[in-house]
Write a protein that binds this ligand. Structure first.
Ligand SMILES: [Cu+2]
Length: 181
């Protein structure tokens, strides 16, 4: 009898605590449900190219693409470059299997070129800008790109990013653009 009393003394606060937790959570649930149902949609608007070196190079890092309302935010974190300025582009084929990066093909082009807006007057829509590596070969940079998109007929998802040498068109790194799930 006495042991039952002690057992109750022990369990009651535990039950109490457990009873509080679901009640507390259920008050948060109505707000949490729309947020979690939005998560997959917002995740689809972010893509990453994991950059790997071509043969004879040590370039590594990632290029992240985040779709904002009016532009595509491009975040680059790359190491192993030679110091200086490196052009980088979206290339048409999502294939980095060749040792020299040539499998990525030529520059990405719109399959449905727009006739108006900023993209209509740009000569090379594949141009992402230049990565300027410091003395340690490191770049952390961000770019606002008003031309490229992660959805629609001209989406760059499934294409590749190629980083070039600073002094030649040689391809020093390649990565396939993939959406984050
Ligand atoms: Cu290129």
């Amino acid at each position: 009898m006495r042991s039952v009393f002690f057992l109750l003394l022990f369990l009651l606060p535990v039950w109490g605590a457990h009873a509080d937790t679901p009640a507390g959570m259920s008050t948060g649930t109505p707000g949490a449900t729309p947020e979690s149902s939005m998560a997959p949609a917002s995740a689809a608007l972010t893509a990453v190219a994991e950059m790997n070196p071509t043969q004879g190079n040590t370039v590594q890092g990632e290029i992240k693409f985040i779709q904002k309302k009016d532009y595509l935010l491009v975040l680059a974190r790359i190491q192993g470059l030679t110091p200086g300025s490196h052009p980088f582009h979206v290339h048409e084929t999502g294939d980095c299997s060749s040792t020299d990066g040539s499998s990525a093909g030529g520059h990405f082009k719109f399959s449905q070129p727009p006739t108006s807006g900023p993209a209509a007057t740009v000569k090379d829509v594949a141009d992402l800008g230049k990565l300027t590596a410091d003395a340690h070969g490191i770049v952390k940079a961000k770019f606002k790109n008003k031309i490229l998109q992660l959805s629609g007929p001209n989406s760059i998802v499934g294409r590749s990013v190629v980083i070039h040498a600073s002094d030649s068109p040689a391809r020093v790194a390649c990565g396939i653009i993939q959406t984050l799930q």
